[in-house]
Ligand binder design. Structure first.
Ligand code: ZN
Ligand code: ZN
Length: 256
């Protein structure tokens, strides 16, 4: 199973893309601005999008993707796997015929280019022997992380956006191993209030949470605010010497 990082920044700017991870060539986890780098053929190959939550940096390119690939999606629709609360926000505020057309009714209601599949934490979705498991995390709105298992048994997990949380770590610990972990750390430690209000990790809170994890995966940090990357990584390297955290870069590819 191939994992290709299309975007993993907490913002935009030259060389930065917001959250999107491509699994093999057909599954997306989140649909941030990284999707804009795909070719038309690559876009047309996407069959499933799993959404962590409704914040714009994670969903902004769904409208462009379904519009750009519309002609191929008419015969081969995309399924968006999404929590009910997140789906309601997407319907009310994005696909509402004002900001963007409702592509779950286009070209017609019988055969739309988008189908929604409402998911709940703990449910396992199996797609060609890859298992995708949504897990609750703690953000400013209902939000999911994901644990994804390859047909060969290797696994990786992605926290999505979260601050201190328990269920995510409990679920990861319930499996015998974890090879790769992408986890968010949005702000440096000076931003105590911002981290709490915005529902994001700082190096100290992430260190507290990683103490709950029994596995020693390859650890990659995501969703850092542009300009703060170096100070966040310096603080993390101090706090997490035993885990050797690395900064994830868009364009990186992993095989598990
Ligand atoms: Zn968020
Ligand atoms: Zn975000």
């Amino acid at each position: 199973m191939k994992i290709r990082v299309l975007g993993c920044s907490g913002g935009i700017g030259a060389g930065l893309r917001t959250t999107s991870i491509l699994i093999d060539n057909d599954i997306l986890i989140d649909c941030g601005s990284g999707v804009g780098d795909l070719t038309m053929d690559e876009m047309a190959s996407i069959r499933h999008i799993f959404i962590t939550h409704a914040h714009l940096d994670h969903i902004a390119f769904i409208p462009f993707l379904v519009d750009s690939a519309f002609n191929t999606l008419v015969t081969n629709p995309i399924t968006i796997h999404i929590q009910q609360e997140t789906l309601s926000m997407l319907r009310d505020y994005i696909f509402n015929w004002k900001i963007w057309p409702d592509f779950s009714r286009l070209p017609d209601e019988i055969n739309p280019v988008i189908n929604y599949n409402v998911i709940t934490p703990g449910q396992q979705i199996k797609l060609n022997n890859r298992i995708i498991e949504p897990v609750s995390v703690t953000h400013t709105q209902p939000a999911l992380g994901y644990r994804i298992q390859s047909p060969d048994g290797g696994s990786f997990a992605f926290s999505g956006d979260t601050k201190n949380t328990d269920e995510f770590w409990r679920v990861l610990n319930s499996y015998p191993e974890l090879n790769i972990l992408f986890v968010e750390c949005s702000y440096p430690d000076q931003e105590v209030n911002l981290g709490e209000i915005a529902g994001h990790h700082r190096p100290s809170t992430l260190a507290e949470d990683l103490a709950k994890l029994k596995h020693q995966p390859d650890l990659y940090i995501v969703h850092m605010k542009p300009g703060d990357e170096q100070s966040i990584m310096n603080q993390l390297n101090e706090l997490l010497q035993n885990r050797a955290p690395k900064m994830l870069q868009h364009g990186q590819v992993f095989d598990i």
